[in-house]
Design a protein around this ligand. Structure first.
Ligand code: SF4
Length: 423
């Protein structure tokens, strides 16, 4: 449909005179007007409190508990933690903080490595770790990487208790480990003893042996819960042993968690709160205030790219190679086209995934095996950006590549909707 000047396209394809509440990624194009993506005015140090554009929900007991009317003035937080995935939205969050005047000394990047150092298998892009490391280095922001040991494939083939959560201190490089549970210790004893029937005994402590379900229910879509949410929460709950930017034993600590979910990505995310009390908030018990802010929740995809363009940041190579989203490379939500792209770029990893389906007797898709799921779909790979393909294949992403020299261009994957994600 041709867009008339002054009109906005709605998610149902109709034109409207008024700006809709948010613009779905599926409806967003290069021509969508930039609304929220314009540069912000500094407010840090002025005592100003941020209110959500859309009031928070109070429709369930849980939502009432999490409800937060406004943030504290930004200068009152001891640390602002940006959850960084390497995707466009989390990096836009970071630049918004800078534009609001938050000093770099108050910011820390947290990244959850979904592969957790597995000895042979990877779920994520080979270059994501280097892309984030280089970006943090270029911006001079401490980076705290955390993971569940052995990551996605460790959890997929788990028999017994889940592996431990670890994180690396950005100042010292030291690796910290969460305290092991009783269940975990019992399983370790069984493994050391290597007794007969060990597998059956371990299974009494729980087992996985199933791909995550493509579902909004986190108890069945275990990858998001076990490899990201629980990892972040564990590190947060252990803040007393987390050193960077804070005194180790500091009481009454105030933390702000910043993440890049947007309403336009999915129906589920359209209902998220912009600000809320974080699950790990524990004011009376641990003297720890934790608030969550989703500063780009109302941004359209165009708004997000505008921020990236303004700061001349090179998008993650996956966008430049044709992916519309930057989630795990082999994300369970990938469309047939995206999986055809994985089959082309990473044939070995893809073949192993097909083998997993046979070994587990459980398919990655909810209905059919991967080959059937891909069917006759064409690969999404765009071959015009050789440097991006090289980076996806080798895993390299040097600091010199963080910013674009010359004209910033939209990557090949931009404006192709949100299908294939998110978690
Ligand atoms: S990106 Fe996809 S595969 Fe990775 S944790 Fe999220 S839902 Fe799971």
């Amino acid at each position: 449909m041709k867009k008339k000047e002054g009109y906005f396209q709605q998610s149902n394809g109709q034109l409207a005179l008024f700006q809709p509440d948010f613009i779905r990624d599926a409806d967003c194009t290069k021509e969508t007007p930039v609304i929220y993506g314009k540069s912000d005015i500094p407010i840090y140090g002025t005592g100003k409190r941020i209110h959500p554009r859309v009031s928070g929900r109070k429709d369930t007991e849980y939502m009432k508990k999490m409800y937060l009317e406004e943030l504290l003035p930004l200068e009152m937080y001891d640390l602002v933690i940006v959850l960084i995935s390497g995707g466009k939205d989390s990096i836009a969050c970071y630049y918004k903080l800078l534009e609001l005047g938050v000093p770099k000394s108050k910011i820390e990047f947290w990244h959850h490595d979904v592969d957790g150092g597995h000895p042979s298998r990877t779920m994520d892009w080979r270059c994501t770790a280097n892309y984030i490391r280089s970006f943090a280095e270029a911006e001079q922001i401490p980076l705290r990487v955390s993971w569940r040991k052995n990551g996605f494939f460790g959890e997929l083939y788990r028999i017994g208790a889940s592996e431990l959560i670890e994180w690396v201190d950005p100042e010292t490089g030291e690796i910290y480990q969460c305290p092991p549970s009783k269940k975990y210790m019992e399983c370790q004893k069984l493994k050391v003893a290597a007794i007969s029937e060990m597998e059956n005994k371990l299974a009494e402590f729980g087992y996985r042996m199933k791909f995550p379900m493509k579902s909004g229910d986190l108890s069945r879509r275990w990858c998001s819960a076990y490899l990201k949410i629980m990892v972040a929460d564990t590190v947060l709950r252990n803040m007393n042993s987390v050193a960077a930017n804070l005194t180790k034993t500091r009481k009454n600590i105030k933390l702000l968690i910043v993440s890049g979910e947007r309403r336009g990505e999915s129906v589920g995310r359209s209902k998220y709160n912009e600000i809320e009390i974080h699950r790990t908030n524990a004011v009376s018990k641990h003297h720890r205030t934790v608030h969550q802010w989703r500063p780009v929740i109302d941004y359209s995809e165009r708004d997000i790219w505008e921020v990236r363009k303004r700061h001349k940041v090179n998008p993650h190579p996956c966008y430049r190679a044709g992916w519309n989203r930057c989630s795990c490379a082999m994300c369970i939500f990938s469309t047939p086209r995206l999986f055809a792209g994985i089959r082309e770029l990473y044939p070995k990893e893809y073949a192993l995934l097909c083998q997993d389906e046979k070994v587990l007797g459980f398919t990655l898709d909810n209905h059919c095996d991967l080959e059937t799921y891909i069917g006759s779909a064409d690969s999404c790979v765009y071959h015009g950006d050789k440097e991006a393909i090289q980076s996806l294949l080798t895993g390299e992403f040097p600091v010199e590549s963080v910013y674009v020299n010359g004209k910033w261009k939209y990557p090949a994957g931009a404006f192709h909707g949100a299908a294939g994600g998110p978690c």
